[in-house]
Ligand binder design. Structure first.
Ligand SMILES: NC(=O)C1=CN([C@@H]2O[C@H](COP(=O)(O)OP(=O)(O)OC[C@H]3O[C@@H](n4cnc5c(N)ncnc54)[C@H](OP(=O)(O)O)[C@@H]3O)[C@@H](O)[C@H]2O)C=CC1
Ligand SMILES: O=C(O)C1=N[C@H](C(=O)O)C[C@H](O)C1
Length: 271
C-alpha cells in the first residue's frame, strides 16, 4: 500500500517538530505539508530543518486548503481554536483528522463531533500506548472499588503548558467515572482553594502542577480506609505521543466517518 500522506498542523511547535521526525522514521507514512499559525515567523522555513533533520523541501505554510489535494489526512497538535477551524476545513476537503490538541470547551467538542459526521476524526488527550492502557486499568479499578475509595487525579507538566487539568487527566477522570458509572461533569472537584469543607464522597478530584521541562506525568489515586492504590504514568519523551499519532493516522485512512479515540486505534475499548 502507498504511504499515507500527512499534513502536520502546528509544525513549529514542540509536538509538531517531533511529529515531523516521527513521520520521517515511520514506515507507511510520508509528510505532505506543514502548517503553522498565520503570521508565525516560521512561515516559509523548511519543516525538515525545523525538526532538526536537514532540509526536506516542505516549507511551513499558513493554510490547509491549498495542500489538501496532495494529502490523505491532517495530524494536529495546535490550540483549540485552530483545531476547530481545521476540523471544518479537513471535513470539507475529505481529509481524516488526528487531533492531539487539549483544552477544548464544550462548544469546541460539539463542533468537532459535527465535523466527524463526514470524515474520520481520531481525538485523544494522550496518544501514548501507556496512558491509554492506564486509562483502561483506572476504569477497571474504579468499577471494582466503591465510594469508600476517593479518586484523585494528579498531573505535572512543563512550565509552558497553557491548559489545566491536562487532557490526559480528564481522560483518566472519564475512565474512572465510566468504571464507577457516574457523570464526570457532575462529580468532578477542580481547583480546591481556601475553606473547601470536607471532601464529598464519590467526587473525582483533580490537581495540576507546573514546572521545568516535565514532559507529562499522571497519577490516578484510589485512597481508601488505611490503604491506597496509585496508577502512574511518566512520559520521558514526546516521541511516544508522536508515534501514537502516526499510528492513529495509518489506522484512520479509509475509515468510515466518525469520532474515534486512541482506545479504538489500540483495540483497548473492551479491555
Ligand atoms: N494528545 C497528546 O498525546 C498530546 C497533546 N498535546 C497537546 O498538543 C497541543 C500542542 O502542544 P505543544 O506542541 O506542546 O504546543 P506548542 O505551543 O509548542 O505548539 C503549538 C503550535 O501550534 C501553532 N498554532 C497556533 N495556531 C495555529 C493555527 N491557527 N494553525 C496552525 N498552527 C497553529 C503554534 O504556533 P505559534 O507558536 O506561532 O502560535 C505552535 O507552533 C497542546 O494542546 C497540548 O496539550 C501535547 C502532547 C501530547
Ligand atoms: O501539553 C503537553 O505537553 C501535553 N499535553 C497532553 C495533555 O494535556 O494531557 C498530553 C501530554 O501529557 C503532554
Amino acid at each position: 500500500m502507498s504511504d499515507v500522506r500527512l499534513i502536520v498542523a502546528g509544525a513549529g511547535g514542540r509536538m509538531g517538530r517531533t511529529l515531523i521526525k516521527a513521520i520521517s522514521e515511520a514506515r507507511g507514512a510520508a509528510l505532505a505539508g506543514a502548517i503553522d499559525a498565520p503570521g508565525s515567523p516560521l512561515i516559509g522555513r523548511d519543516s525538515g530543518e525545523l525538526a532538526g533533520l536537514g532540509p526536506n523541501g516542505i516549507p511551513v505554510t499558513a493554510d490547509l486548503p491549498p495542500l489538501a489535494k496532495s494529502a490523505d489526512g491532517v495530524i494536529d497538535f495546535t490550540i483549540p481554536a485552530a483545531s476547530v477551524a481545521l476540523a471544518d476545513q479537513a471535513a470539507a476537503a475529505g481529509l481524516f483528522h488526528v487531533i492531539g490538541t487539549t483544552g477544548f470547551s464544550a462548544a469546541d467538542e460539539q463542533a468537532i463531533a459535527a465535523a466527524a459526521a463526514s470524515v474520520a476524526i481520531v481525538k485523544s488527550g494522550n496518544m501514548s500506548l501507556g496512558v491509554n492502557l492506564l486509562a483502561a486499568l483506572a476504569k477497571r479499578v474504579a468499577a471494582t472499588l466503591d465510594e469508600e475509595f476517593d479518586i484523585e487525579i494528579l498531573e505535572m507538566h512543563h512550565n509552558k503548558k497553557i491548559d489545566a487539568p491536562s487532557g490526559t487527566a480528564l481522560l483518566l477522570g472519564e475512565a474512572a467515572a465510566a468504571g464507577r458509572g457516574i457523570d464526570l461533569a457532575a462529580r468532578s472537584d477542580r481547583g480546591r482553594d481556601g475553606h473547601t469543607g470536607a471532601r464529598k464522597p464519590g467526587d473525582i478530584g483533580f490537581a495540576s502542577l507546573r514546572g521545568g521541562t516535565v514532559v507529562g506525568e499522571h497519577w490516578a489515586i484510589f485512597a481508601g480506609p488505611a490503604e491506597r492504590i496509585e496508577l502512574v504514568h511518566k512520559a520521558e519523551d514526546r516521541m511516544i505521543f508522536a508515534r501514537g499519532a502516526v499510528k492513529a493516522a495509518v489506522w484512520a485512512r479509509g475509515r468510515a466517518p466518525g469520532l474515534y479515540t486512541m482506545m479504538d486505534v489500540l483495540g483497548l475499548k473492551d479491555f
